[in-house]
Design a protein around this ligand. Sequence first.
Ligand code: FES
Length: 95
Amino acid sequence: MKEEKIPYDKQIFVCTHDLKGEKPSCGDHQGAAIFKELRRVAKEKGLHPRIRVAQATCLGQCDSGTSIMVYPDDIWFKNVQLKDVDELIKKFFPE
Ligand code: FES
């Protein structure tokens, strides 16, 4: 095992887990679409992978709409909707 510093300035974990309606999940609330759009813009702006947008398969808050957690900012978003992506881009992707 080799210990290193985290190789990213920021990690934005977007839950894309989809339980297909069997139980509440972020898949019921466009989690995958939110992830894809954030990742697309991060790449377009040349920020990825320094600012890494990653998929998470369940963050343990499945009843809260789509969940996003951001390190090292120590921020949790719940009930994120596709219309919120522009605000997230302004907040986390520097010009
Ligand atoms: S399915 Fe997203 S937090 Fe569990």
